[in-house]
Design a protein around this ligand. Structure first.
Ligand SMILES: *[C@@H]1O[C@H](CO)[C@@H](O)[C@H](O)[C@H]1NC(C)=O
Length: 451
């Protein structure tokens, strides 16, 4: 049984080999006959020669590659004697182009016949002097040295290199995703890629800010781009929060990138620019709190008695995002009433904790200020009665309060103060102009009387 099956196997192999030999014989004989016919059609006196060097080809895997070999005087040429002169008959040598994979020492094609068992190869001839070897859907194994050879004696050949490249790709399974770290903690962002040549990884921040490396060989360094598969961030601060991009590039377009968000968690923090805000009755006032929180916090306002403030026709609350973690809370109180004076709280709560800021709103007496301004300007005579002095010093107090503690001044809405200032200046100007008109009137009266 065993011997029989082995015999069968051997027979099958022999039959296959015979088939192959017969097939090649047929191919070669047709080839030779063909070449013979071609060569007799245009017998030349010159040896074939290359016109251009064979050029290196670089192609992305999956694309097509083409080698072009340009040979002049191909066909047949006379190799011995010089024809009728010496009387010896001229021998004609048939020449043809062969393509060889030099590193594998494999003949790929002779003339237009592909010999190798690779369906992706083909040879085309433009019927003149140009031979092209076409490799479709190039694979990594096609990379290497290719030779265009003409069978002169000695044979002539040229070689060129086929470089197969693979555009970069990111290996998502081995690459980091979005991350959350507490402030002060560390994060290791990893980006793995494939491609040929091996891609280079560059890290960038999406917002264009610098990446801070604190554990480098030179201590703390800042740079816009960091190279390497791993980006190590330590002692992370909130300003490092944001999207990071890893970009893989190897000179083969397109480059690819992956975006990963780094979220830094911390307790909310409230900063109040103006803790004491003075405003006249019936004006609108804006209270401001600056909040920093991550993850995002819920922010709201309360009166000091804990009463929640809700938006209605008297209160307008807005939130402006200044960065990924900074928000400005504003509360506009419209047409101030006596009952609006007092304490206000801005409160910010996130999953890590909460914070609050307080603002005290007090009534600023506008009417009193106005009158004392009139007094100051009107009283040019220099008659410093006590009352005036008192008002003036109060005024100064006010000013110094505003000056040294500019925050308080800012508490009053810019528009309103301007309005008040303009109004009073206007009055003064009118008064002065009135007095100057009356003065000139009096002068003219006097003059007319005199004349
Ligand atoms: C072709 O490629 C080979 C191998 O990469 C290199 O040594 C050679 O210098 C290249 N030739 C040209 C003309 O670029």
């Amino acid at each position: 049984m065993m011997i029989q099956s082995r015999c069968k196997f051997k027979l099958k192999r022999i039959r296959n080999a015979l088939n192959r030999i017969i097939y090649s014989c047929l191919t070669y004989s047709t080839l030779i006959i063909g070449l013979f016919l071609i060569s007799h059609r245009n017998v030349s006196a010159f040896e074939p020669d290359f016109v251009f060097p064979l050029e290196n080809v670089t192609v992305a895997q999956g694309r097509d590659a083409v080698f072009t070999c340009v040979v002049n005087n191909l066909g047949g040429y006379r190799v011995s004697g010089s024809g009728s002169e010496t009387g010896t008959p001229a021998r004609v040598r048939i020449s043809f182009v062969a393509w060889i994979k030099a590193d594998a020492k494999a003949i790929l094609a002779i003339h237009e016949h592909v010999i190798t068992n690779n369906g992706r190869l083909s040879v085309t001839h433009n019927d003149y002097n140009t031979w092209t070897l076409n490799i479709r859907n190039v694979k990594m194994e096609d990379r290497g040295q290719y030779m265009c050879q003409v069978n002169t004696d000695p044979m002539k050949m040229q070689t060129a290199f086929l470089e197969v490249v693979i555009p970069p790709d990111i290996i998502y399974e081995e690459t980091s995703g979005d991350m959350m770290v507490p402030e002060g903690g560390s994060a290791k962002l990893v980006c793995k890629s494939r491609g040929f040549p091996k891609p280079k990884i560059t890290w960038k921040r999406e917002d264009g800010r610098e990446i801070i490396a604190r554990n480098g060989p030179h201590g703390k360094t800042k740079s816009l781009n960091v190279e390497g598969e791993v980006l190590s961030l330590t002692k992370i601060t909130r300003s490092e929060m944001g999207a990071y991009l890893c970009i893989a590039s190897n000179g083969v377009p397109p480059s690819v990138s992956k975006r990963m968000k780094l979220q830094v968690h911390f307790h909310p923090l409230i900063q109040v620019p103006n803790q004491l805000v003075g405003a006249p009755l019936l004006t609108d006032v804006t209270l401001i709190c600056n909040v920093e929180a991550s993850p995002k916090a819920i922010n709201y306002w309360q009166r000091e008695n804990g009463e929640m403030i809700i938006t209605n026709d008297r209160y307008l609350m807005t939130e402006t995002e200044n960065s990924m973690y900074a928000v400005q809370m504003t509360l506009v109180v419209r047409k101030l009433q006596k009952s609006d004076m007092g304490g206000y709280k801005c409160i910010s709560k996130n999953s890590i904790g909460d914070a609050e800021g307080t603002i005290r709103l007090y009534e600023m007496e506008l009417s009193k200020k106005k009158t004392n301004r009139y007094n100051n300007y009107d009283d040019i005579s220099g008659a410093n009665d006590e009352d005036n002095e008192a008002i003036r010093s109060e005024d100064q107090n006010d000013d110094s309060l505003f000056g040294t503690n500019g925050r308080l001044y800012k508490g009053l809405q810019g528009g309103d103060t301007n309005l008040i200032n303009k109004a009073s200046t206007c009055h003064v100007v009118i008064l002065i102009s009135i007095s100057s008109t009356s003065f000139s009137f009096i002068i003219s009266k006097i003059l007319s009387n005199v004349l």
